[in-house]
Design a protein around this ligand. Structure first.
Ligand SMILES: [Zn+2]
Length: 126
């Protein structure tokens, strides 16, 4: 099982096949969100009373250190976590903060893999 950690505090963010985030959208609605840990799988779970909509700009926050996980070094629309593979290799996982925009990138040195229907959107920023 791959492990996902916070780039700021290196706390463990995943349980089994889900990654846990605090989130807040641009309308100040906030919720715990569980994202699938499988790259390219955009299913997620959240409290059903929270009304995030397609196009919302969602801030992803580490539930352990409360730091924002923005990947501003690439683009203001992207967030980042670190995936630790079974052999200890660490890969940056960068994904869109815009709900409904399906793009995820795994970045290790110059090796970039892109996933999702909208993967072309940020390839030139990586
Ligand atoms: Zn953290």
């Amino acid at each position: 099982m791959k492990d996902y950690i916070c780039p700021k505090c290196r706390g463990h963010l995943s349980i089994d096949n889900e990654i846990i985030f605090l989130t807040k959208n641009n309308k100040e609605d906030s919720a715990i969100v569980l994202l699938s840990a499988e790259l390219g799988n955009y299913s997620f779970r959240k409290n059903s009373k929270v009304d995030f909509e397609a196009g919302d700009h969602v801030n992803f926050i580490c539930p352990i250190c409360y730091e924002n996980l923005n990947a501003d070094e690439y683009d203001a629309n992207l967030a980042k976590v670190i995936m630790v593979e079974d052999d200890g290799k660490e890969v940056d996982i960068v994904f869109s903060k815009v709900l409904g925009e399906k793009c995820t990138y795994s970045i290790h040195d110059k090796d970039i893999q892109a996933f999702g229907d909208n993967k072309d959107n940020y390839l030139d920023k990586l």
